[in-house]
Design a protein around this ligand. Structure first.
Ligand code: ATR
Length: 276
């Protein structure tokens, strides 16, 4: 039977994953397809059973099912264990279904060369920050601070994942030049969301990396502001592409071309791509 892959979520129509994976399958001469599957709220269990029954070789999981899918899988990889969120399911040769999380590692890869002694600041302490911080911890990073609107949520995150410490947004602004990597993880700056900046950047360190997990728009107000300083900016498209590339390699044993995909998706989203 021809291999097939899927992405499940709700909504799913705007997902860029089908384009990305179909392109990579073709580029690598793999005779398989990748389809988006819209799953209604109460149908997740049945949908997962159907994917298994119909011979799906592996699938991605997106909002709102990254947590809810866990009981329906046979094993949860260490990449997903600490955060309770799965974005990639891999079928083994003996028909077992393993849940991975490739978002955090994908994000780290999208930053380019970074070092474990780098000082990292998260702006926001929600699910996205949790996933990336967990992957950073697994990769040996220890110097992590979380600045959040609600201090108690940042404290809870620190307590849950046992790394870093919680600071106020004001503290982050005042001590900004202590950080080498600043990661914006709040929904601020997304299309149709608030456009105020979560923190002021005037104390930023030269040559810092400023990343935003948002990719629509490609240049968020936060990245636009960062662009006024002598820093390197990274948008959220790299995270999308690299998490997909890791999933692709788990399924197919081949690492696809991420640079070319970045250029293609950037063009689709109306931007111009700069290969750093
Ligand atoms: P997710 O869990 O998917 O990362 P989220 O729950 O919508 O996304 O929010 C993630 C983070 O963005 C949270 O840290 C949230 O702060 P609170 O803990 O105070 O809720 C932060 N956030 C959301 N909207 C914000 C806003 N308008 N200003 C500042 N922070 C905001």
């Amino acid at each position: 039977m021809k291999k097939w892959f899927a992405v499940i979520g709700n909504p799913i129509t705007h997902s860029l994953s089908p384009y990305m994976h179909e392109t990579w399958l073709q580029e690598n001469n793999i005779d398989a397809s990748y389809i988006p599957v819209h799953v209604e709220k109460d149908n997740l269990k049945e949908a997962v059973e159907a994917l298994k029954l119909l011979g799906c070789s592996g699938w991605n999981v997106t909002v709102p099912y990254k947590n809810e899918i866990i009981p329906f899988l046979d094993e949860i990889d260490i990449s997903a264990q600490g955060i309770g969120a799965v974005n990639t399911v891999v079928k083994t040769e003996d028909n077992r279904f393993i849940g991975y999380n490739t978002d955090g590692l994908g994000f780290i890869q999208s930053l380019g060369p970074i070092y474990t002694d780098h000082q990292i600041l998260f702006v926001g302490a929600g699910g996205a920050a949790r996933g990336i911080a967990h992957a950073l911890k697994q990769s040996g990073f220890t110097n992590i601070s979380f600045a959040n609107r609600t201090h108690a949520n940042a404290e809870r995150l620190v307590n849950d994942i046992q790394i870093g410490h919680a600071i106020s947004l004001e503290d982050a602004e005042n001590r900004l030049n202590a950080f080498d990597i600043i990661i914006q993880t709040t929904p601020q700056g997304m299309k149709n969301q608030e456009n105020t900046l979560p923190i002021k950047l005037n104390n930023i360190k030269e040559h810092a990396i400023v990343a935003d997990i948002v990719y629509n728009p490609l240049v968020t107000p936060f990245l636009e502001e960062a662009g006024k300083y002598n820093v390197r900016t990274v948008n959220g498209l790299g995270m999308l592409v690299h998490q997909g590339a890791i999933a692709f390699s788990y399924w197919n044993g081949i690492t696809p071309n991420t640079d070319k995909m970045m250029a293609q998706l950037t063009e689709q989203l109306g931007g111009s791509y700069v290969n750093r």
